[in-house]
Design a protein around this ligand. Sequence first.
Ligand SMILES: [Zn+2]
Length: 219
Amino acid sequence: MTLDDTIDLLSQIALVDDRVVKVDEAEQRAQVTMWAAVLRDVPLAFAGEAVGRHYAESAWPIMPRDIAARWRDQVRDRLGRSLGTFEPTDHPHIDPDDDKGDAYVAALRAQRRAIAGGTDEPVGLRELLPAVGSRLGGGRAAELVPANETFREVKAQHYPRREQPAGPPERAVHCPVCGASAGRPCRLRGSGRTMTGTHPSRRDVYDAQRTTDPQGGTL
Ligand SMILES: [Zn+2]
């Protein structure tokens, strides 16, 4: 929260409680400086909510330490809920046991800060169980928290995307079973998960095209 945010907050508080904001101008300046120092790490929106909650529970004039205490609780709670990990299936190139890179550590720290600060949602247990997501039919992609931007940049620098393996040759044709278009992998119809292999009928289509196409055939 900046000095301006603090002035904003205090003028909002003045509307609901005329005991808080000092009347004397010099005292007011000192008050703003003091509140801004105490609430430096607290986002304005959070502070506003904390004021609302305070007056819902208490008849005492709010003090900056009341807001700071609510913020500390929230940070503790968010970090407690986070398992302190990235979406493991999205980062196959990083082996935490193997990797000693500062980049990895820096990215982890950045994510932890973002979670604490409310920019990122904590990665919870549910996101670590992809099978549950797909069984529910929603597909897990929609529920996943995106990897944080710093992490993505650091990862791109240090772990350039590997060439994807070409996959089975019959991927060159459209799959009549699951409807995968040419070049795309087959998907299981129940869960929508990508198959390593392909549907047998796709192989048949591929073979048929190769034997009838005079240009493409190598037989
Ligand atoms: Zn298929």
